[in-house]
Design a protein around this ligand. Structure first.
Ligand code: NAD
Ligand code: IPM
Ligand code: MN
Length: 351
């Protein structure tokens, strides 16, 4: 068996973490009786600066052939983020109908949380973020630029299909995990979209009598991600809320450098995209110290989605074992002094 994986290393620390992760994925694949064939795309801001586009016009057609996509990061200090992100990452998520974004936040054994009294095993959250619409809809515009009556409109768009897809995926996961789902909205202020969302959660909940549903407003939920992260199991929320909550989830479980994600078309018509939750990290680009583990764990989510659960588990366990080992190399975000390469090399010995 062989899988076609499209690699988009992208910008900033993206190429370094993808480069370091690839041999780790190859080792895990070989050990579990399959191959991965990779196609690398040099899409990103360097391409934009040279040719005026982040990816070719037929970029999505090119990617469509893949079994999965692994992406590093997108974003460059010399080009506005709304240009780079709307030129590469966001069009893939939307164009491939990847309406479900799955983001685990796990506090591994041996990793220090900035929260007092939390240690390995205490936090295990799985966030389901709506991923193609909501607050990220490209609906709106700017008028009367530069005049004092200048106006900017950015409309959030919530569809029954998009909302139901992510809500259903979250219920499915909750019924397989601890049976607890937290629905996070802002229906006290946003009486249309968020009340609609709550209605859909209520409708779908009827099909999952074994899942207990808790409702939180996003402001209080942000507080509770810090005050009582141990009490969350599965979380479901809109695009923007999920974006923000998963950075909180990443840091309370030790580092941005440990948080993986999967962008999935639940209809199964398009390849899924796997990427670390973090971005280009300009502040450490080129220093060789970016933590590759978020990308490795994203590879684990990728193998799972491809139907290779044993390889997925082997990767996840190798990361857990490395983090639990006080003598293993660690990058500075985890308090160590090791390089990206050293962490990846150590991981290979554990597979
Ligand atoms: P960021 O995630 O890049 O960095 C935030 C902080 O976390 C920085 O201090 C950084 O050094 C640290 N960090 C992130 N990843 C790390 C890793 N692997 N190892 C060690 N430390 C790590 O967020 P930002 O600074 O807000 O964004 C920088 C750029 O990345 C912007 O252009 C932004 O738009 C873009 N971005 C892209 C993605 C993506 O491609 N999926 C995600 C988030 C941000
Ligand atoms: C993420 C990122 C992106 C998002 C940005 C870069 C558009 O922050 O994947 O979390 O907001 O989805
Ligand atoms: Mn984000």
């Amino acid at each position: 068996m062989s899988y076609d994986i499209s690699l988009i290393p992208g910008d900033g620390i993206g190429p370094a973490v993808v480069e370091a992760t690839l041999p780790v994925l190859e080792d895990a694949a070989v050990a579990h009786g399959f191959d991965i064939e990779t196609t690398r795309y040099d899409w990103g801001t360097d391409r934009y600066l040279a040719d005026g586009a982040m990816m070719p016009e037929d970029g999505l057609d090119e990617l469509r052939r893949a079994d999965a996509i692994l992406l590093g990061a997108v974003g460059h200090p010399d080009v506005p983020d709304h240009v780079t992100l709307n030129g590469l990452l966001l069009p893939i998520r939307k164009g491939f109908d990847q309406s479900v974004c799955k983001r685990p936040a796990v506090l591994f054994e041996g990793v220090e949380s900035p929260l007092q009294d939390y240690s390995g095993g205490d936090i295990d959250i799985l966030v389901f973020r709506e991923n193609t619409e909501g607050e990220y809809a490209n609906v709106g515009g700017r008028e009367h630029k530069g005049f004092d009556n200048e106006v900017a409109v950015q409309s959030a768009v919530f569809t029954r299909r998009g909302t139901e897809r992510v809500v259903r995926a979250a219920f499915e996961a909750a019924s397989e995990r601890d049976g607890h789902l937290t629905n996070i909205t802002k229906s006290n202020a946003q009486a249309h979209s968020m009340v609609f969302w709550d209605d859909i959660v209520r409708e779908v909940s009827v099909e999952y009598p074994d899942v207990e549903v808790e409702r939180l407003l996003v402001d209080a939920a942000s507080m509770d991600f810090i005050r009582r992260p141990d009490e969350f199991d599965v979380v479901v929320c809109s695009n923007l809320f999920g974006d923000i909550l998963t950075d909180i989830g990443a840091i309370v479980t030790g580092s941005m450098g440990l948080a993986p994600s999967a962008n999935i078309d639940p209809g199964g018509d398009h390849p899924a995209l796997f990427e670390p939750v973090h971005g280009s990290a300009f502040d450490i680009t080129g220093e060789g110290v970016a933590n590759p583990l978020a990308t490795v764990l994203s590879g684990s989510l990728m193998f799972d989605e491809l139907g290779e659960p044993a390889a997925a588990e082997a990767l996840w366990d190798a990361v857990a074992e490395q983090l639990a080992d006080g003598d293993a190399p660690r990058t500075p975000d985890l308090g160590g002094e090791s390089t990206t390469e050293a962490v990846a090399a150590d991981l290979r010995t554990r597979l």
